[in-house]
Design a protein around this ligand. Sequence first.
Ligand code: 48N
Length: 323
Amino acid sequence: MAPSAVSPAQQHVQLAVAAKKAQDVVDDTTAAPAPGLTKPLADMMGNWDNFSFAPIRESTVSRAMTSRYFTDLHTHAESDIAIIGAGSCGLSAAYTLSKLRPDLRIALIEAGVAPGGGAWLGGQLFSAMVLRKPADVFLRDVGVPFEDEGDYVVVKHAALFTSAVLERVLRSGNVKMFNATAVEDLITRPCADGEGGIRVAGVVTNWTLVAMHHGDQSCMDPNTINAPVVISTTGHDGPFGAFSVKRLVSMKRLEELEGMRGLDMLRAEDAIVKNTREVVPGLIVGGMELAEIDGANRMGPTFGAMLLSGVKAAEEALRVFDL
Ligand code: 48N
């Protein structure tokens, strides 16, 4: 049977667009949890006198954490895809990949202790998250309630979006998030074409606190994650932002960065989604990091482009991975 002309990623988007046709307005009341507590929890209230926790030792707690963490570190030393940055774009890419390819081993590396980037209140001074359609297609896929305002939708609190997509990503069986962990270099290999080019083949990580203090203490050896495909969504330039594109310049694989331009929402959002791509073999750049390399405008406090750039970055990663 001829392979389907439509890639799995395209099928996923087509299904999601079909879901959009439902045009059912999803609002908070339908998503509210049922009132009242479950009986076991309700029965606990008012009966605290004989209350006590099951007896375990502190070492049990420590071993429960470290055994899992170091098993994950050992397992993900060889990953299929590494995603740098768990902001709205990186989380959307991780969510899409977890749904399309649950067979792939994915490492999501986040420098902050808390994931979410600018969507986790960093860029959310006024709490609500505004997204222009058709970004509602992604919200419906994840199951984030929103108010439909016609050409745009509003999630009542940015943290509602971030926590919902984060919950789906963390519940998945194939995405491991390493937070408080900074990517501080890229693993590279010479391109097979012998043209002197490089392909990206993984990431070098360190505890973020160490990465921030290389200048004032002897370097602590890094950790490495080999991955044939890396998605970089580290945001626009800032203390940690635009990491991979700045590294390509410092390793002389890019002349210079065009730099993010002034705020023009209409131009910015379409450009970021359409131009999410593989910038050097093995490295896909999406979200606001792309604005730094392309000189795209910024869009201000609206997040539709981040979500759909994440979907496109996932699609690009699968294209590269399946080559
Ligand atoms: O939220 P950001 O910064 O980046 P995106 O592209 O996911 O979303 C951008 C969005 O928040 C905006 O900037 C909005 C749309 N405003 C636009 C405008 O006009 O200003 O998330 C990037 C994440 C953060 O959580 C960083 O901590 C993390 O990436 N990060 C890293 N993680 C690991 N290693 C690194 N080297 C690194 N650098 C950044």
